[in-house]
Design a protein around this ligand. Structure first.
Ligand code: FES
Length: 115
């Protein structure tokens, strides 16, 4: 009788996942974002439809913030992994962060989970 595989012991190994040309390259399989803010690191799990900040707060992560409107910049974070889970940068982020966006910085109150 074949052994049943549960989600917890399933392993994913397909050459497409690791190929440099793979359309799946860069996808974070565990759907968690690793980020830095003021030299502190945080892990935030995907929470569809939430901003990165609200998801972090519901997961008891102590990310600094103030306005939640993209104005103050207090919620600036550097995304280390999982950036593909977030929406494109907003106008507020472009105005506030400028070239820092190219180095993985985002406003946690503006970046939303998209998947
Ligand atoms: S909390 Fe003010 S810009 Fe995000």
């Amino acid at each position: 009788m074949p052994k049943k595989m549960s989600a917890s012991n399933a392993s994913i190994s397909h050459p497409l996942l690791y190929s440099k040309k793979s359309p799946l390259k860069g996808i974070t399989l565990n759907q968690t974002i690793q980020l830095l803010q003021n030299q502190s690191s945080f892990s935030v799990s995907l929470k569809k439809g939430f901003t990165l900040l609200d998801a972090a707060l519901t997961q008891n992560q102590k990310i600094n913030y103030k306005c939640k409107k993209g104005k103050c910049g207090k919620c600036t974070v550097q995304i280390l992994t999982g950036a593909n889970l977030l929406s494109e940068s907003t106008k507020s982020e472009t105005e506030k962060l400028g070239s820092l966006l190219d180095n993985g910085y985002r406003l946690a109150c503006q970046a939303c989970f998209v998947n």
